[in-house]
Design a protein around this ligand. Structure first.
Ligand SMILES: CC(C)(COP(=O)(O)OP(=O)(O)OC[C@H]1O[C@@H](n2cnc3c(N)ncnc32)[C@H](O)[C@@H]1OP(=O)(O)O)[C@@H](O)C(=O)NCCC(=O)NCCS
Length: 232
């Protein structure tokens, strides 16, 4: 068998043609997914909204979005395809969102996340998001509170230095390689032991190396009210 050469992940603006793939990732990531028409509406009618996808070749392997509200970038959604997690795709998406926010003059980025969503919280913490408050019973499916996480000034020296350092680390990562099953080969991070070690704690265990079922508790960040669904 001839091995396929590795292909780099690139981040691109989401288009309506991406929506079938986004739909698949949305459904495997969230227990109360947004319908495709909600994304279509965001793309076509919401001038505050900016949505991006991560592509590996022609395949959409992740997506994210922000609303740019005056000088604040509010992350609206964020997910990586389950089989493609822990490969640096989330970081590439977050870097692209921050680049977009900075280019459009945002001074800070903010989001809501479930306290129970360890993988996402770790990602955001790595990128300088700090817990600044709580929205009580924010998630309607189980009345879980939301943590509000916000960055320091995107224009400030600490955030600029952090972003530059993380961008360099992401650029230095090896390309993703697929196994014979067409899925990425799980690869340990340098000096971090086996991939299984990534899920050694209880927060991490909520993530994805395990069965292909949606998160038991929907880890939605923010849901514009017109898309809201009450209860499971
Ligand atoms: C959160 C999510 C988007 C991360 O995507 P990803 O492509 O796996 O992220 P990356 O591979 O770029 O990981 C970047 C960092 O995130 C954190 N992280 C991601 N998955 C983790 C896990 N299972 N356990 C611990 N930390 C994790 C780590 O800090 C990691 O950096 P490291 O590799 O140096 O340890 C992904 O897990 C996902 O789609 N989850 C379901 C949807 C969701 O929860 N969205 C967020 C809603 S708020």
């Amino acid at each position: 068998m001839v091995a396929r050469p590795p292909v780099r992940v690139v981040v691109d603006l989401m288009t309506v043609d991406d929506l079938p793939a986004v739909h698949v990732i949305e459904h495997e990531s969230f227990s109360t997914p947004w319908p495709s028409h909600a994304y279509r509406q965001e793309l076509e009618n919401n001038r505050l909204a900016h949505y991006i996808v991560a592509r590996w070749g022609d395949e959409v392997v992740g997506f994210a979005g922000i609303w740019l509200l005056v000088d604040e970038a509010h992350v609206t959604t964020f997910a990586t395809r389950r089989a493609w997690r822990r490969q640096g795709i989330g970081e590439r998406l977050l870097l692209a969102l921050l680049d977009l926010a900075i280019a459009r003059g945002a001074n800070e980025a903010t989001l809501e996340v479930r306290p129970s969503n360890g993988p996402a919280r770790r990602l955001y913490e790595k990128y300088g998001f700090k817990v600044v408050g709580t929205r009580l019973r924010y998630y309607s499916d189980n009345n879980e509170d939301a943590l509000i996480m916000t960055t320091d000034s995107l224009d400030g020296r600490p955030m600029k230095a952090r972003i530059a350092e993380l961008r360099a680390a992401v650029a230095a990562r090896p390309d993703i390689e697929l196994g014979p099953d067409g899925q990425p080969i799980a690869r340990s991070r340098a000096g971090q032991g086996s991939p299984a070690a990534d899920t050694a704690d209880s927060d991490a265990a909520a993530d994805s190396d395990a069965p292909a079922e949606p998160e038991p508790r929907e880890p939605r960040i923010i849901r514009p009210s017109r898309f809201a669904r009450r209860g499971p």
